[in-house]
Ligand binder design. Structure first.
Ligand code: HEC
Ligand code: CU
Length: 362
């Protein structure tokens, strides 16, 4: 985070921020002045007409046109000023400049996905160029969410049945937080994203490498997805404990499940764990892995399974046997995953066609 804002408002880093902030402070100071006036007058009258005072209570209050006109005209002007000011700001916030750079945002329980015009997509990480209007076109795959970047002063509901949009023009390079501000279930509070503002050149080179190159091998693909899809926030590769089990040595070992059974962590088990995390809960862990990975493509799944294989002795041996250095053979090996040949024994079976012991447990 960059330098923090004031007591009332977070730091500001977009062209919309000054518009919103000045209106906020206008309303704020008008309220402070009116509040102080009322309280001071009240205290004065309490004192003046206290019981022992000899103030004149008998005089009748005379009607005063001047006072009446004042309390009608002044508040009217005040309210109109706020209206016009607010309406202009509202229009400014609501209408994106026509040349805005467009990014698709998808909210799902419980993460944010971003898709760039060139097809690159990322999870939990939004990169935008500085000093350039950016328009976010947003939708949800499940429930109501709301996209909020405090530093940019933009916030908008994200709905399952239509597109909504916001725009902003970031003015300062740095990393800012985006959050979901519509309660959307168990992990709502973790539904955040980092917004990285970069200069145009850096942004473009980021965009080039963030997309998975088409010639990447499945393992390389899996490695990129491991970070892009946020698996790394819960699964370590070095054996250390996280929210989820480490991937080190995962492939091929006997996985203990919460229901007391034991299954071999073969490709099918891993695939199932990604697509339907709730179907087999690893012992000692809670069922909190997002179910949203069910929408991963076959290509992405193949990559992830290959990458998880790479994290264990057994998997590495298999990958080697399959000649996983070239894309086609590895993909072919990985393709046989879903056919789930149940007869074969693990050590003697061909690579990729691991027995799916868990099939009988389902
Ligand atoms: C919010 C944390 C979280 C994220 C993000 C997450 N997982 Fe998990 N994952 C878990 C937890 C917790 C478990 C253990 C409970 C269970 O089996 O569902 C688990 C279990 C697994 C298992 C089974 C492991 C075993 O030892 O049996 C696999 C495979 C897996 N995750 C793959 C992935 C992949 C691939 C991704 C990214 C695409 C991912 N996970 C993202 C939390 C997460
Ligand atoms: Cu949400």
């Amino acid at each position: 985070m960059n330098d923090g804002g004031t007591v009332w408002l977070p730091e500001s880093a977009s062209t919309l921020a000054p518009t919103i902030d000045s209106l906020f402070y206008f309303v704020y100071w008008a309220s402070v002045i009116i509040f102080a006036g009322v309280v001071i007058a009240m205290l004065y009258l309490i004192w003046k007409y206290r019981r022992e005072s000899h103030a004149d209570r008998m005089k009748l209050v005379e009607e005063s046109r001047l006072i009446e006109a004042t309390w009608i005209v002044l508040p009217t002007i005040l309210v109109l000023v706020v209206f016009v000011w607010g309406f202009r700001a509202y229009i400014k916030v609501g209408v994106a400049p026509p040349d805005a750079y467009e990014i698709r945002v998808t909210g799902k329980q419980w993460l944010w996905e971003f898709e760039y015009p060139d097809g690159t997509s990322t999870t939990g990480e939004l990169h935008v160029p500085v000093d350039r209007p950016v328009k976010l076109v947003m939708s949800s795959t499940d429930v109501l969410h709301s996209f909020f970047v405090p530093a940019f002063r933009v916030k908008h509901d994200v709905l399952p049945n239509r597109y909504t949009s916001v725009w902003f023009e970031a003015t300062k390079e740095g990393t800012y937080k985006a959050l979901c501000t519509e309660y959307c279930g168990a992990s709502h509070s973790q539904m955040t994203a980092n917004v990285t503002v970069q200069d145009q050149g850096e942004f473009e080179s980021w965009l080039k490498s963030a997309g998975i190159p088409s010639d990447a091998s499945p393992v390389e693909r899996g490695k990129i997805l491991y970070e892009q899809q946020g698996c790394n926030t819960c699964h370590s590769l070095d054996g250390s404990e996280g929210t989820g089990p480490t991937w080190k040595g995962l492939y091929g070992h006997d996985a203990q499940l919460a229901d007391g059974s034991t299954v071999t962590a073969d490709a099918n088990y891993i695939r199932q764990s990604i697509l339907k995390p709730g179907s087999q809960i690893a012992k000692g862990y809670q069922n909190i892995m997002p179910a949203s990975y069910g929408s991963l493509s076959e290509r992405e799944l193949t990559g992830l399974v290959a990458f998880i294989k790479k994290q264990s002795e057994k998997g590495r041996a298999e990958l080697k046997a399959a000649g996983a250095t070239s894309d086609s053979t590895a993909a072919a090996a990985a393709d046989s995953i879903s056919t789930g040949d149940e007869q074969q024994q693990a050590p003697s079976g061909p690579p990729g066609a691991m027995p799916s012991a868990e099939a009988s447990n389902q």
